[in-house]
Design a protein. Structure first.
Length: 117
């Protein structure tokens, strides 16, 4: 016994509507939970006291923080210099060996096609 086409379409339509309702309810739940979490974070930020600045904490902490910043800047400059040296050592038209292989293969294919025609 077969189900008539109209009944099948009605079942599919009801299933699609139910799916859309469930998905929209799930999206609403996620939106609500996100609002709750963000609201709690904002309340915690308001309740937490402001952290002390390095200058207010003492001279040793401020000096250590400035040394860390100087060290980070020195490392960044050294890495930039290394990258510049590597770029200078590579030829201008440098590409990966795989690209060279691919390019050589394509060129050889076009030569074979020209020879055969």
């Amino acid at each position: 016994m077969e189900i008539p086409l109209g009944t099948s379409l009605l079942i599919v339509a009801v299933a699609i509507v139910a799916l859309l309702v469930v998905l929209s309810a799930f999206a609403g739940l996620l939106y609500w939970l996100t609002g709750m979490i963000k609201g709690e974070e904002e309340q915690e930020e308001e309740a937490a006291p402001a952290p002390a600045t390095p200058q207010a904490a003492g001279g040793a902490d401020a000096e250590r923080a400035s040394r860390v910043k100087v060290a980070l800047a020195a490392v960044a400059l050294a890495r930039a210099a290394q990258a510049r040296k590597r770029a200078a050592l590579e030829p201008e038209g440098f590409s990966s060996p795989w690209y060279q292989f691919h390019l050589n293969r394509r060129l050889n294919q076009t030569i074979r096609l020209r020879r055969n025609s």
